[in-house]
Write a protein that binds this ligand. Sequence first.
Ligand code: NAI
Length: 331
Amino acid sequence: AKEPVRVLVTGAAGQIGYALVPMIARGVMLGADQPVILHMLDIPPASEALNGVKMELVDAAFPLLKGVVATTDAVEACTGVNIAVMVGGFPRKEGMERKDVMSKNVSIYKAQASALEKHAAANCKVLVVANPANTNALILKEFAPSISEKNITCLTRLDHNRALGQISERLNVPVSEVKNVIIWGNHSSTQYPDVNHATVKTPSGEKPVRQLVNDDAWLNAEFITTVQQRGAAIIKARKLSSALSAASSACDHIRDWVLGTPEGTWVSMGVYSDGSYNVPAGLIYSFPVTCRNGEWQIVQGLQIDGFSRKKLDSTAEELTEEKALAYSCLS
Ligand code: NAI
């Protein structure tokens, strides 16, 4: 039998946490033959609710679940973890300045970086979900220098999946037949959902999405804004932000990272930029990646047209500004 993998979920008493922990315990994240031990962290005001989640995990009698640690102590939560999904953070409240929210999250991510650096298992893989996701991941990277930058990522897979979903709806084809969309940049409304390399499997072979949709006006405008603003549309409809889709795509992100992407398919991940596609090095930026043997690689050599270039640059600019804002909170 396989050794259990220890998976940390921070903010586990929150909405996404509530959707995510049962998926992990069912094997959705790491496979149906991989036992897991869940580590759940939240803050003292949520400690009773966190304990309630732990009770439900016991009650659900998940065969793969070999243990649950539920705690408000970051050191206890981080000890020995192989995978860390960082969902906890400080939400923007009405009337708050961007800088105030950033400052709260910078201090949270600085502290949790140190706890992971000192206590996580070697080669721990980190996925930051909490917003501002890219910049929180960057702060975590800065304050956990012994964790390889290859192991620190942020979630843009939800945006990627949303783009697949929009194409599938538009063409009335199963979403499983659509692949290779790209989310470039920030997990924010400046992200660029790019379909220029996306394809659909049809009975007569793989066809470009652009050819099948045959409506550049829609693809260059409404499609992009729909994906960029989908989070706000969900809040409007549900009066709560997306949780089941966020949890599901966090599982997709880790599963593909650990178990590999299918041949000929890439996915979007926020990763540490090495300067590929002239994106400034040193930002956490969403790129198309393939994964194999537990490592991601940025897909190289894709053609970037003028329209796309502007969009790649403007989301990079926003990330550069966020980075400066985050650093100004440190001093
Ligand atoms: P939520 O407010 O329901 O849950 C957040 C949880 O984090 C709460 O239980 C809170 O007590 C906890 N928390 C706060 N500070 C903490 C700390 N220092 N350590 C540990 N836990 C802490 O929020 P929800 O809906 O679960 O969303 C979580 C985050 O995910 C938000 O920042 C949201 O903006 C972000 N998000 C990101 C998405 C992405 O695609 N990257 C998609 C959807 C949400």
